[in-house]
Design a protein around this ligand. Structure first.
Ligand code: PRP
Ligand code: HPA
Ligand code: MG
Length: 220
């Protein structure tokens, strides 16, 4: 009875929106499905989108988890600012830093929140030669920022450290905080909550969607 209900519901879904259950090859939904089936990535998976996610493992973060980890970050930063423990403002590194920054701002009752938009890309020649580069597309208010004193710069994660390196060069006295940190980028971050190995790709809830998966023992 239960199985029948699930099957009917799924068929309706397919009929209405085929792309929900069969995402294009290489999309994150597809890759997420593959990692959900096997925590160690399969050969088939790496050949499907090697350029984008050459990582061994996937670490899937739910909305609930990022909320709890961002709150933990806020509590760790509480009372650590230079103005009697207080912080002047928060600057979120868009786009991934916006959700954690909002949660930290709420926890610490910081009302001034600005953004810095950083875009990162790969440059260089062949695969072995490629370097991650970052560029600022939009800066926060210059008068407020000064050299960064009292400013809490927040991002979701640090990986290679290129993004934070660029922002730190502009605001050397700011405090840099991320929710997650990989070892290569750790020297760039002042405060973080969870360390993640370099060969792990972190999947954030805003990049994901729930989708149906076949039972392990098949459909019937
Ligand atoms: O330490 P790095 O190697 O520089 O990588 C970390 C950055 O990469 C991701 O952002 P991305 O540039 O993908 O953009 P987004 O936040 O707009 O998704 C992430 O949100 C960090 O900002
Ligand atoms: O592990 C990651 N997950 C999501 N975005 C990222 N940008 C750099 N590294 C990562
Ligand atoms: Mg980002």
């Amino acid at each position: 009875m239960c199985k029948l209900t699930i099957r009917v519901a799924r068929e309706r879904l397919v009929a209405k929106s085929p792309d929900v259950l069969t995402p294009p090859l290489g999309s994150l939904a597809y890759l997420n499905n593959a990692t959900a089936l096997s925590p160690i990535r399969t050969a088939a998976m790496t050949t499907k989108d090697e350029s984008r996610l050459p990582h061994e493992k996937g670490f899937h973060i739910s909305w609930d988890q990022i909320h709890r980890d961002s709150r933990a970050l806020a509590w760790r930063l509480d009372g650590k600012g230079p103005d009697n423990g207080g912080w002047k403002a928060i600057v979120a590194i868009t786009r991934g830093g916006m959700a954690p920054a909002m949660i930290v701002a709420r926890e610490l009752d910081i009302r001034t929140v600005d953004t810095i938009s950083v875009i990162s890309y790969y440059s260089g020649g062949g695969a072995a030669d490629k370097r991650r580069e970052a560029k600022v597309l939009k800066s926060p208010d210059a008068a407020m920022m000064g050299d960064g004193t009292g400013i809490l710069v927040i991002d979701d994660l640090v990986d290679s450290g290129k993004t934070l390196e660029l922002v730190r060069a502009q605001y050397p006295n700011a405090h840099f905080a991320t929710v997650y940190a990989k070892p290569e980028g750790e020297p760039q971050v002042d405060t973080f909550i969870t360390g993640v190995s370099q060969d792990t790709w972190i999947f954030f809830p805003w990049d994901m969607a729930l989708q149906y998966v076949e039972p392990y023992r098949g459909k019937d």
